[in-house]
Ligand binder design. Structure first.
Ligand code: HSE
Length: 335
């Protein structure tokens, strides 16, 4: 199985490290022999049609190196690499832009048109063009997976679509942003001031480059758009989400909530009619009342009634859990 990895930032490097670590496990358990035939970033592409050397890949990932630090790298664009490197699966792991979806959107379309299966963590293309990409994958006869785009390590999309397939999903509620959850949790536990805990969240490396995307609920709204489209079968756009962030939540409000047995969480709620992100009072002990950087999702279902799942929603190693899951699933599907 030949893999082309577009994007060699935190997630691309995390994926390379997990693939290398799990090489013998993947073979033993699934008979899979993944070979990374190319890694690409905005500095160029390093390719080898027999597979790049694992030790070199891991070393460069560990060093947080740009692709231009690989021996024999070529100054070609991601699109050129997608069109010229022979492979079965393209991982699209470039940074998210939820306004245009680019550059990920172009990468995914080019890869599908070239007959490659696509696995992505990139929210932008899914927020901008969910239905278009689903149709294109179908038309081209390729597999398309995006488990890592929502909930990091939590298999929220596959849980709903596969294991709960006999149910109608009536409502999705989620704490989908680790940064805001960390800020609210720290404010609740210690009454710590907003600015200080935001800085800490940035130091943990989970906040978006522009943390207003977290604080204003934009990241949560993007994830909710994806969940609504992937699970509720809707065709929701970002502008359809009613959104309030956490900037106006004070330590006093949190203290008051605590006195009444509640906590405040930034919650995304999607039904067949509505999509909304806002701070909500959540009873302590409720499945959504998770602390720290955790994410949580609660499904309301016609048969199973309620199912909740909790886990780490960000981080390179955690997210590679979903990327590897998608890889194994694609390989099983096409086998
Ligand atoms: N900034 C996001 C978060 C990263 O805090 O959850 C994962 O999408």
């Amino acid at each position: 199985m030949r893999l082309l990895i577009i994007g060699f930032g935190n997630l691309g490097r995390g994926l390379v490290e997990s693939l290398a670590e799990k090489k013998s496990f993947l073979y033993r358990r699934f008979g899979l022999k993944p070979r990374v035939v190319g890694v690409v970033d905005d500095s160029g592409a390093a390719t080898n049609n027999k597979g790049l050397d694992w030790r070199l890949l891991v070393k460069k990932a560990y060093q947080k190196a740009k692709v231009s630090a690989f021996p024999n790298y070529k100054r070609i664009s991601a699109v050129e690499a997608i069109e010229s490197v022979e492979c079965e699966i393209v991982f699209e792991l470039t940074p998210t832009n939820i306004q245009t979806g680019e550059p990920g959107l172009t990468h995914i379309k080019k890869a599908m048109k070239a007959g490659r299966h696509v696995i992505t963590s990139n929210k932008g293309p899914l927020v901008v063009a969910f239905r278009e990409l689903e149709h294109l994958a179908k038309k081209q006869g390729v597999e398309f997976r995006y488990s890592a785009s929502v909930g990091g390590a939590i298999p929220v999309i596959e849980l709903a679509r596969k294991l709960l397939a006999g149910n109608e999903v009536l409502e999705i509620q989620g704490v989908l942003n680790g940064t805001t959850n960390y800020i609210l949790s720290r404010m609740a536990e210690e009454g710590a001031p907003f600015d200080q805990v935001l800085r800490e969240a940035q130091e943990l490396g989970i906040a978006e480059k522009d943390p207003t995307l977290d604080i204003e609920g934009i990241d949560t709204a993007a994830k909710l758009v994806i969940l609504s489209n992937a699970i509720l079968g809707r065709d929701v756009k970002f502008k359809d989400v009613r959104r309030t962030g956490i900037a106006r939540i004070t330590p006093q409000a949190i203290k008051l909530a605590k006195e009444t047995g509640n906590t405040i969480k930034l919650v995304g709620v999607a039904t067949r009619q509505t999509v909304e992100v806002s701070p909500k009072l959540v009873p302590l002990g409720h499945p959504l009342a998770v602390g720290g950087t955790l994410n949580a999702v609660n499904f309301k279902l016609d048969l199973a009634r309620e199912i909740s799942i909790t886990g780490f929603g960000a981080g390179p190693r955690e997210t590679s859990s979903s990327l590897l899951g998608d890889l194994i699933d694609v390989c099983r599907t096409i086998a």
